[in-house]
Design a protein around this ligand. Sequence first.
Ligand code: BT5
Length: 265
Amino acid sequence: MIETGKTKLNSNLRIGRRIYHLESVTSTNSALVNRVEEAKELPAISIPEGTVLRADEQTAGRGRMNRVWQSPLGKGLWFSAYLRPELELSRVHLITFLAAVAVADAVRNTFKMRPEIKWPNDVLLEKRKFCGILTETRSEKNLLDFAILGIGVNLNQSEAELNSSYGPNATSLRIVLGREIEADPLFTAILEQLNEYYEALKAKRFDFILNKWKEHTSFFGKSVSLVGDNEEISGVARDLDEKGGIILELEDGKERVFYTGSLYY
Ligand code: BT5
């Protein structure tokens, strides 16, 4: 890890009270997990809940199922937060959901744009993905030990830079807004929103988070297809179940819930 030595403290916040800002890491998720696990072995080091690790570049940024997340130097916000909510494992998806709402709110407030959330972990502008979220957990005996919430936001890639490794549907805030985007104000705005929704999670206001999340979506009531590892299912998106699964009404009128896959509509 290359340390730029920028460690910030902000006592008003839980998430972001301590921020490590590095120039380059493999993955902020992996680096933060390593720090947390190392600290467990060394009583002299404590990593408080809410610690954030941000990097200007990730050399091995990850998406779900070990997909690659492109994170070139200075082109986006790449950061992770260490969380220890008292939460049943079955509700862990709510961390991803609250993060998507936080990013959507922060972008809306900062740039007066209305991002859309796509189940389960994408935030879109003009139907293209500018933000992805990866929540990873460690648990013991069916109890959540900790979660690492990773957020990637594309800020300043040009169309030409969004090569095929970004997939067919990526965008950046610069492309949408037509100007260079400053990272720090958006980072601060996202942290503020994250704190608000994370406190709601701690207070077990799960419906509040789910309802906020639904306010940012546009696919309910629409015909969608869900592409999983081995199957592609078509149906009408009806609702979320309480575990964050998407409920599809299939052609035969029956409803089925899905917990993984990529949604197209
Ligand atoms: C995600 O996975 O969308 C989760 C991305 C999480 C990234 C953050 S950055 C900070 C933290 N540290 C990490 O190592 N990760 C987290 P998924 O839904 O599986 O989408 C991955 C797919 O998106 C790839 O297979 C590409 O098709 C596409 N992709 C790759 N890089 C992208 C980018 N920068 N912007 C938009 N799409 C991208």
